[in-house]
Design a protein around this ligand. Structure first.
Ligand code: CP
Length: 317
């Protein structure tokens, strides 16, 4: 593995999940791999899990980590070529990427969708610019359209809770929110589920269709109750409209996930990437139930990051 932007950078997902589950048993066994090396973690947006789990993963591998919060600790970046930089931007992304590459052996970057310019977000302008100018391997800490480390952790969690050779029904269920959120987690989850042995159903109100590039041949169901029938895993997430780009559309029905709605499921395990708005997206009773995998998913973020870094350290640095 020389980069980590999407599931397409993973030659064999089944093997990667197996490796992650093995290193979870002995997380400090490969400390020599990162000795004398440094990972830079660049955040253009807030984070708890991605930041801490990737630092922890690096530490497990003997890698030093440096965290840069661009909007707080650094110069304002310019993303357009040829701009006369006489405004608020102080450093061009091309200079930042080249300079950081002299300090770091691997760089992770988080750059969310701005939700203002669909073409800019769908082309992954910021991530691709950074990767173009960096001279070391780059990994995504969530980009405009995808969140691969989250999805890998989700795959590990599903594998841990699936019977051998089973083909679970996995439902990705839209949830209400007060803010317009990117589609990255949902897109990415759908994309990775297509590489897992499972049946994927995506349920959301009309108008919240995701980019079909990611949902592919997954069944789209506008009736949440129907979607939840016999579900083995329910992944809850809000996203803003893709077609009416970045907008929150009026929704009359109650889409919050509750225990009552789950009665029809196959005693489903409940997943959410966190942070979650309790009693808006999912009820407390569901999040705090024995079927909730939210903390296991968060814990698996470390091993998802670690297996990716381990592969890059072995093959690309
Ligand atoms: N799930 C996730 O990526 O969490 P953070 O935004 O806190 O990193």
């Amino acid at each position: 593995m020389k980069r980590f932007f999407s599931v397409n950078d993973v030659p064999n997902l089944d093997n990667l999940i197996k490796q992650a589950r093995q290193l979870k048993q002995q997380p400090l066994a490969q400390q020599h791999l990162g000795k004398g090396k440094t990972i830079g973690l660049v955040f253009l947006n807030s984070s708890l899990r991605t930041r801490i789990s990737t630092v922890k993963a690096a530490q497990n591998l003997g890698l030093e980590s440096i965290v840069l919060n661009v909007t707080q600790d650094s110069w304002n970046w310019e993303f357009n070529d040829g701009t006369i930089m006489n405004g608020n931007t102080v450093e061009h992304i091309k200079d930042a990427a080249r300079v950081l590459s002299t300090y770091c052996d691997i760089i992770g970057i988080r750059c969310f969708a701005g939700l203002q310019d669909k073409a800019e977000d769908t082309s992954e302008k910021v991530y691709m610019l950074f990767e173009t100018y960096a001279t070391v391997p780059v990994i995504s800490l969530e980009s405009a359209t995808l969140h691969p480390l989250q999805s890998l952790a989700d795959c590990i969690s599903i594998a841990e809770h699936s019977a051998k050779n089973s083909f679970p029904k996995v439902v990705l269920s839209w949830a209400p929110h007060i803010k317009a959120l990117p589609q990255a987690v949902a897109n990415s989850f759908a994309q990775w589920m297509h590489k897992m042995p499972c049946e994927l159903v995506v349920t959301h109100p009309e108008g919240y269709e995701l980019d079909p590039k990611f949902t592919g041949n997954a069944a789209i169901e506008y009736n949440q109750q129907k979607a939840l029938e016999n579900a083995d895993f329910v992944y809850v997430k809000n996203w803003s409209s893709f077609n009416n780009y970045g907008k929150i559309l009026p929704v009359e029905e109650d889409w919050m996930l509750t225990n009552n709605k789950l009665r029809i499921s196959n005693n489903a395990k409940i997943m959410h990437c966190l942070p979650v708005r309790r009693n808006l997206e999912v009820s407390d009773e569901v999040l705090d139930s024995a079927n909730s995998l939210i903390y296991e998913q968060a814990n698996n973020r470390t091993y998802a990051a670690q297996v990716v870094l381990q592969n890059i350290l072995t093959h690309a640095t």
